[in-house]
Design a protein around this ligand. Sequence first.
Ligand code: 6R9
Length: 661
Amino acid sequence: MADTATGGSGTSLEQQLDQMLEIERFEPSPAFKRDALLSDPAIYEQAAADPQAWWSRQAESLDWFERWETVLDDSDPPFYKWFTGGKLNVSHNCLDRHVEAGRGDRVAYHWHGEEGEVRDVTYADLLRDVQRFANALKDLGVRQGDVVGIYLPMIPEVVVAMLACARIGAPHNVVFGGFSAESVKERMEFSEAKVLVTVDGARRKGKTAPIKATVDEHMGDLETLKTIVVVRHAGIADVPMADGRDVWYDEVCAAAAPDCPAEPLDAEHPLFILYTSGSTASPKGILHTTGGYLTGVAATHRYVFDLKPESDVYWCAADVGWITGHSYIVYGPLANGATSVMWEGAPDYPHRGIWWEVVEKTRATILYAAPTAIRTFIKWGHELPERHDLSSLRLLGSVGEPINPKAWLWYHQVIGGGRCPIVDTWWQTETGAIMITPLPGITETKPGSATTPFPGIRAEVVSEADGRPVESGQGLLVLTQPWPSMLRTLYREPERFVETYFSRLGKETYVVGDAARTDRDGYFWIIGRIDDVVNVSGHRLSTAEVESAIVAHEKVAEAAVIGQSDEQTGQAIAAFVTLQGDIEGSDELVAEIGGVVAERIGKFARPKRIIWADDLPKTRSGKIMRRLLRDIAEGRALGDVTTLRDPSVMAALESQIQEAQ
Ligand code: 6R9
């Protein structure tokens, strides 16, 4: 979608959007409204009138060892600070205070394993395990400020590891389990992680991947990494353990002292780094801190999901390795004392109805999922969910990419039985918490729109040319006032932080990187990325990152990667590849290139389509025109080709595409 904000092939999209703006609206039912935590629209004006007072009220729902002196320090934009002078601890807020209030027996996670195992982990269990592991980390030499890498599948230990880090003030750097070991190494290197917590093996659809052995192949020469802690999970027999470097999780925990008081940390103490794709090949280390982040995720989790911690069973079906997992599987739900479902596996193992079986078994009341999953379920047919009792559900959420109205309506009808409000939540790794979203007891929803900014958030759609608000039509989505859970910087790259987000329209306007439009009711309609970020099944990838993996293949001369519209995954990776000399494209080469990408980034980044190209369309200054490549890949009439250095390249490409079909 990268060029849509600047013109490109806009007309059909415009028409489509206009139609969408006219269709159905859904009001919260009177029953939902009656019981909702928030049902008075005046909350929006109140928060807008004094955002700092609103956010302080949210921060007050946390436990602070010392209250803050200043709500917002905006003396050096865009380096904002929140709740300065305040001291707190995230793990204390997520665990101790619930246990101290007599809620230790409450289940924090109903964990469901791939092979049908069920493990209930209470708040008291978590507190016990977190203290032991926090002490174990200290015994391993981890000090406040040291980075700890985490590369774990969806098992309760991932939560324990994150909270143990938070307890002692060691920022964690979680890497999604779908990333390759090489990506893990890169992220450990960039962040100079001292310890990496990983697993013997990960289970996926009945198979077991030897994670520790694979990690070893890549991690050897990292001097900064002193220790690898290995969680036993998949029962792998011959796990290689290096003397003096590798230790077993259960053994270090058993040897550690049981009590580890939560460290009082500054509100601005770094909580975690999470690498995410940007416009260039090197991922950005998004840095989040303690007080503001927890305030943002706790407030949004409570109000967006209308959470009643005593009775709700909440299921966020993301992976902990993405920001959605950090904020809405771990920190938001635990801060609010929620009971969550944690699902280890894939949506189609052991069978395609497993999600609905889990909803039925756990009596889940809230489900938060990605549109790509919903579209997959649509393809598998409504009969599967209909075989299960989904009557416990009362609220549905969507995140990660725009949800098309058809999928929205299916989700509403088939999964929600027509009675559950849907919250389509727009936000990013950078924003830390949900930014644009309905409030389910207040907002009238329109399928396909994330509706309006959360109270205390100010968003606008502005023109790229002069930064003025766009009355009709699309423009750049921007956030025009700081918020507590915003990223503080890019780890060790403050200039890149300013350049990426705050250079286009000044230091007080956060440029999101998405195009959007607003309708006459002031509702936001997110269109998609305007940079070179591709969103495959809600996973962010940079075209440059995939290109640099492809050109690592010795037979490849050049590659250009685009995101091509895809019914299932939203966007899919298509790669135009120019080979060295007179090497001919072949099926083997397709497989080899896919293999290199899987090895360097992860399987989910593998191109869905490779198109052999003798040459790539470039401007006179040598820039690849991806807009034209998208046109050609999606079979559209070509846009303006006059700026091309050699317009004949396009004709050649068109004929190459036809041959291939
Ligand atoms: C939370 C998350 C962020 C990008 C974002 C946008 C897209 C996320 C969306 C959505 C339309 C929604 N996005 N939620 N687009 N409607 N409800 O996904 O973070 O991985 O950093 O991706 O995802 O393009 O800019 P992240």
